[in-house]
Write a protein that binds this ligand. Structure first.
Ligand code: MRU
Length: 316
């Protein structure tokens, strides 16, 4: 698989009669497109992680709603089936609300283009947080696959690399579905950025050895006070990073900020099937956790670098 950047349309697009997504369950070994021909099929693609990552989920929902409008589907039913596909990423509802008054393909494509533009602006802002020869650690996948193009946390790594500030990236494999080991490693390989996949449980050890200068993650929902939900395991990284005085940066577009939720306690955490962890024994499988604002050194949006107290600094 040669090195080439995926265009936004190769990740997700709206065609006549279908939303087409690059099936992320099959990556990196197979590049297979999945055609979704109704709002219900788009919702299923979101629920089963054929398309995943908060901004990309929003883009998929927008395209699914526009598809439903074009097919003459009951828009109330289409809205519900999409809105109920996954609970934590606020981009899902945000995107549906953006299309409520104008469920057109043009509106949905403009939303997609704007998300990619936000990523590029975030990358530029975030690069300023990197020092020379930075060794960064990231968790899950917050790359172009997760945003519909360019990437949020991976976009920040890419911008820092292009600015000559990034030396290496530790990639948390991100059990149970391995978004780090499968998707982030693939994107970094494509970008030519030095990296190594690690067991999630190896991160604190590397921090203790001075091998990690900063942690860069995305987010699925940021509460008004800055508490941030992201892939399960992020909170543990934040606690270890605080112990070793390593800054953790959250890179996420304003479409991920939920001003209607005052603190992290109000963020719904998706519980997924235990079989993703063990098909032999009983298993408990929360898909996200919440990192409290006090453990986050900065939140980077397309509008800039925001520092605590986030109630005052986050864009409204
Ligand atoms: O379950 P997933 O793969 O959708 O979880 C994704 C994450 O936690 C990402 O870090 C987050 O959505 C940010 S994507 C830019």
């Amino acid at each position: 698989m040669g090195r080439r950047n995926l265009s936004p349309e190769q990740i997700i697009r709206l065609e006549a009669g279908a939303v087409v997504v690059l099936d992320q369950r099959r990556l990196p070994d197979e590049e297979v497109e999945l055609r979704c021909e109704s709002a219900a099929e788009v919702a299923d693609a979101i629920r089963t992680l054929a398309v995943r990552g908060a901004p990309a989920i929003g883009v998929a929902a927008a395209y699914g709603y526009a598809l439903a409008a074009g097919r003459g589907e009951d828009l109330g039913a289409a809205y519900r089936v999409l809105a109920e596909s996954r609970p934590t990423a606020v981009n899902l509802i945000w995107a549906l609300e953006q299309l409520r008054d104008d469920p057109s393909p043009e509106r949905a494509r403009a939303l997609h283009t704007a998300e990619v533009d936000r990523c590029k602006r975030m990358g530029t802002h975030a690069s300023a947080l990197f020092g020379p020869d930075t060794k960064a650690l990231t968790h899950c996948n917050a790359g172009g696959l997760a945003t519909g193009g360019y990437g949020s946390a991976v976009g920040a790594l890419r911008a820092a690399w292009e600015d000559g500030l990034l030396a290496h990236v530790w990639v948390g494999e991100t059990r149970p579905l391995l978004q780090g080991a499968r998707l982030t490693a693939w994107e970094l390989e494509t970008l030519g950025i030095p990296h190594a996949v690690i067991a999630d449980s190896a991160a604190a050890h590397l921090m203790s050895r001075g091998e990690v200068d900063c942690i860069v993650t995305g987010a699925d929902r940021i509460a008004a006070n800055g508490d941030s939900a992201n892939k399960i395991g992020t909170y543990g990284l934040a606690v270890a990073a605080a112990h070793h005085r390593i800054p953790l940066y959250v890179v996420a577009p304003t479409s991920t900020i939920d001003q209607a939720t005052p603190t992290g306690a109000g963020i719904p955490i998706e519980e997924r099937d235990g079989a993703e962890i063990s098909t032999r024994f009983p298993a408990h499988n929360p898909a996200f956790d919440v990192t409290p604002a006090e453990l986050i050194a900065a939140i980077v949006t397309e509008e800039g670098v925001h520092r605590p107290p986030y109630e005052e600094s986050l864009p409204r």
